[in-house]
Design a protein. Structure first.
Length: 226
């Protein structure tokens, strides 16, 4: 009798293992439930710009009951954006304002988006974090030349920023150039169109949209072309 019980027990384990293996292989052959995910790389609730909220997008392969959470680097849930809501297949978009469930602003840092699908009981951590960054970058003028030129010539400005950021050239109080490099040391060129004395300033805008303070004014004199 004991031998039969042991045999039945072993057979049950083998059958259960085979079923689990078959189910795992079946799931592998199915399309990924979440596709084309995107998380805003950086944002700043303090920037008063288009990057004040983190955009979150993904495509559902099929309709499901979905929960979307924001977790910090300690893997604690700090915000529940969606709880047990049935969503149709297709592209879904959400936004996060950098606040926790109680409405408090969270500290700067990296945060992760975690999506749970009730059908299939599967949880996905989206591959890229979003960085909450409210600290504006600082810029320093390295050099510029020439200080006197003629119309049609260009001024070359070399600057340095303390973090990856785009340089901004301000001429007589108006922004005229925004670079698209994230290098710490970079250069830009500006070509004045009319004679006169121009007051130039530098600023920097980081990847989260924070615009930093302007540098001290530096001037160039432009003479009419010969």
């Amino acid at each position: 009798m004991r031998r039969h019980v042991a045999t039945i027990f072993v057979l049950a384990i083998l059958v259960g293992t085979a079923v689990a293996f078959a189910e795992t292989e079946r799931l592998k052959l199915q399309p990924t439930p979440i596709q084309e995910s995107f998380v805003q790389p950086a944002f700043s609730p303090a920037c008063a710009c288009g990057l004040a909220r983190s955009a979150i997008r993904f495509r559902l392969y099929r309709s499901n009951v979905v929960s979307v959470r924001i977790r910090d680097e300690a893997d604690h849930t700090v915000r529940l954006l969606v709880e047990g809501k049935r969503l149709a297949r297709g592209r879904r978009q959400f936004e996060w304002d950098g606040r926790d469930s109680a409405g408090r602003r969270l500290p700067d840092g990296r945060y992760w988006v975690v999506v749970h699908l009730e059908h299939g009981d599967r949880t996905f951590k989206l591959p890229r974090p979003t960085v909450l960054d409210t600290v504006a970058p600082r810029v320093r003028l390295v050099s510029y030349r020439p200080r006197a030129l003629r119309t049609g010539e260009r001024v070359l400005v070399v600057y340095r920023v303390n973090e990856p950021a785009h340089g901004v050239l301000v001429v007589n109080g108006q922004r005229v150039i925004v670079t698209y490099t994230k290098s710490r040391t970079a250069r830009l060129q500006w070509k004045p169109q009319d004679p006169g004395v121009y007051r130039l300033e530098l600023a920097a805008v980081d990847l989260a949209g924070n615009l930093g303070p302007r540098s001290p004014v530096f001037s160039v004199r432009v003479r009419p072309s010969a």
